[in-house]
Design a protein around this ligand. Structure first.
Ligand code: NDP
Length: 626
């Protein structure tokens, strides 16, 4: 709410008079009847009511803001010591939605403390407006090899370019989200933090880097930011930071921190006999959960570790399965249960190795962590698990309680939702490829995918939550054409998209590029695509079965074969969606799109790259890649 100085002084005046004087015709602009009415009313008001009324009258008088927008906290900020509420801009860069969720939480906390908050995706924020920002909070995740999420790409590039302005009057703080199992942990957050400092901005609070279990550190960051912003501002510092805990992001009582036990309704293998792959189609009931989702969102599933691996670890360490070990927020639990449900034992991280080295001296692990062996360390971390670690570095003998204290909490696995809630009310479907392989002398199993394939049947329950993803959404207009590129399990969200478009009667054209290894055994949801093609819900479909021919054929080859038509769809305003493998496919598909723009649109490579960035900013090119 913006008020001119006269208006503010006027209402501050009223506030003081209410405390000290009776209103009279002579000391106010009111007539006798109004004075009597006000003198009857004002002494009955509580402090909060007076503050609210002050803000309300100010807003009505200023005619700038609708009365409903006057929240008590803002009115309080006006009446109290400082004349102006502080303005804070919260920018998030988020691929899977965690950064977005935390940004909303931060904005809510700030508003409750009387700050004026502007919250925006980095993709929607005009970088030229940065000069006008006083306080900037950045919440950003990191992907792949230290890359920014899609909706942070353009802002990241701008800030690191020569066009970035000097920002001496800006105050900022960064919350970086990442995963310590990746080499470039929280790199994008670190980039922003460093660059803003280089441009002259001052930190409100130090950057916090969060691992997958981000709730605690994120809450601490919010607390320190709120405290620092509160100092000298209109927001009462004593109230700041209280209860700054992070909760989940849905309206339902169920969330990432309080998952819903969803009953398994269906669990099918989508691959035919003889396939080298196994892909489970899982249907879960959300009945009674009040969990809501939209096509493009993901489902979080908390898995349990493979009992074979847990038993091997217990044996290798000489522990007892039923000895009690401490588990955060769950008290002391029997070791086997704790290792099955609460701790991550299949992923290694550098911090874990460092802590393991400190538990046992002289076991060679310290040497692996020394400078000069980075590549060896990286390979070891990427290919091994906790059982390898304890065996390779003779950690037998470390007490179980001590050992589990260095393990990360079991994180949930996210799967792109494969169902439309309109087509399947109270249900959610996912498509999960089973991960099994041999490495370093033993069989390795994907935690969640093998649990779903081998140990979950109809009637069982799984702890789940919805991860909203505003970066992967159908276009607002049902008439907008959509181009969907989803090889392998990447096809899952497009089943949700088409289910939704069928239910809503959307008439926009749609084109699916799908690929997998063999037509006869790996054509996921074949019957459904064919039905949608027949019914006109799906306009076109091109497939690439990579191992049916001598030469590999991938989705991007099919796109290039159809480059003229694809270009025409894009020029007509089609939205392009890519889902699936991040490491290779998404890059190759991106390159194919650029080639199509160059070939068919006569753009230079630079212009094609810019065109794709603009499409990303306009939400016409969205990716859900992993
Ligand atoms: P894949 O992406 O492995 O395979 C789908 C098709 O894409 C295959 O025909 C494959 O060909 C082809 N392909 C391989 N390289 C490229 C490329 N550069 N460009 C285009 N197409 C290519 O499918 P998945 O669904 O198994 O895996 C997708 C991603 O999900 C991977 O990153 C995988 O690691 C990850 N993943 C997914 C899980 C899930 O359940 N959702 C579980 C574990 C991992 P070919 O194989 O013949 O080379």
């Amino acid at each position: 709410m913006n008020l001119d100085t006269n208006t503010r002084n006027y209402y501050n005046g009223i506030s003081r008079e209410v405390d000290t004087l009776e209103l009279q015709v002579t000391n106010s602009p009111f007539n006798q009847e109004q004075v009597e009415l006000l003198n009857r009313l004002l002494p009955t008001l509580t402090g909060t009511q007076r503050i609210w009324l002050g803000g309300y009258l100010a807003a009505v008088g200023g005619a700038a803001v609708a009365p409903s927008a006057v929240v008590p906290a803002q009115a309080e900020a006006l009446v109290n010591a400082s004349p102006v509420s502080k303005e804070v801009t919260v920018l998030f860069g988020s691929q899977t939605g965690n950064g977005h969720g935390l940004a909303k939480k931060t904005a809510k906390k700030l508003e409750e403390q009387g700050f004026q908050v502007t919250i925006s995706s980095m993709g929607d924020f005009k970088p030229n407006n940065l000069k006008k920002v006083q306080n900037l909070l950045i919440l950003v995740s990191t992907h792949g090899e230290g890359e920014p999420p899609d909706n942070a790409l353009a802002f990241h590039e701008f800030l690191h370019s020569k066009r970035a302005p000097q920002l001496e009057s800006l105050r900022f703080s960064v919350l970086a989200l990442g995963d310590t199992s990746y080499e470039f942990f929280c790199q994008t957050g670190k980039d922003f933090d460093k660059r803003l400092e280089e441009l002259g901005a001052k930190r409100i609070a130090p950057r916090v880097d969060c691992d997958v279990d981000y709730d605690g550190p994120a809450a601490e960051w919010m607390k320190s930011v709120l405290e620092a912003l509160g100092e000298g501002s209109s927001a009462p510092a004593a109230a700041i930071g209280a209860g700054a805990a992070v909760a989940g992001g849905t309206e339902s009582e169920y969330s990432r921190t309080n998952p819903f036990q969803a009953e398994v309704l269906e669990n099918l293998n989508l691959n035919g006999r003889g396939s080298q792959r196994e892909t489970r189609h899982i249907e879960l009931s959300l009945e009674g959960s009040n969990l809501q989702y939209e096509p493009g969102d993901s489902l979080g599933i908390y898995p349990e570790n493979d009992p074979r691996l847990v038993d091997d670890l217990i044996e290798a360490m000489g522990w007892k399965a039923n000895e009690l070990v401490p588990v955060k927020n769950s008290g002391d639990r029997p070791l086997r249960e704790a290792l099955l449900h609460h701790f991550e034992i299949t992923v290694l991280t550098k911090p874990l190795l460092e802590q393991a080295a400190s538990l046992r001296s002289g076991n060679g692990l310290k040497a692996l962590l020394e400078a000069g062996r980075e590549q060896e360390l990286k390979t070891y971390i990427a290919e091994r698990d906790v059982l390898d670690l304890v065996q390779d570095y003779s950690l037998k003998g470390v007490p179980a309680g001590e050992f589990v204290s260095i393990l990360r909490k079991m994180p949930a696995r996210l799967y792109s939702i494969a169902s439309s809630p309109k087509a399947n009310p109270d249900e959610v479907h996912v498509t999960v490829r089973t991960v099994r392989y041999e490495a370093h002398g033993r069989s390795r199993y994907g935690v969640c995918s093998v649990q779903l394939a081998e140990r979950v049947s109809q009637g069982d329950t799984l702890p789940v939550y919805i991860q909203h993803n505003s970066n992967f959404k159908l276009p607002e207009s049902p008439d907008t054409p959509i181009i969907m590129i989803g090889p392998g399990t990447g096809v899952a969200p497009f089943r949700a998209f088409l289910g939704e478009r069928q239910e809503t009667g959307a008439e926009g054209k749609s084109w699916l590029f799908y690929g997998d290894q063999h037509f006869s055994t790996d054509f996921l949801y074949q019957v459904e695509w064919q039905r949608w093609l027949k019914e006109g819900v799906l306009t076109r479909m091109d497939v690439a079965f990579s191992r049916d021919t001598d030469k590999k054929v991938y989705v991007q080859h099919r796109m290039l074969e159809k480059s003229r038509e694809l270009y025409e769809w894009i020029k007509e305003g089609a939205c392009v969606y890519v889902c699936g493998d991040e490491k290779k496919m998404a890059h190759d598909v991106h390159a194919a799109l650029a080639t199509i723009l160059e070939q068919e649109g006569g753009l230079s490579p630079e212009e094609a790259a810019e065109y794709l960035i603009r499409m990303q900013q306009q939400k016409r090119y969205q990716r859900d890649v992993y």
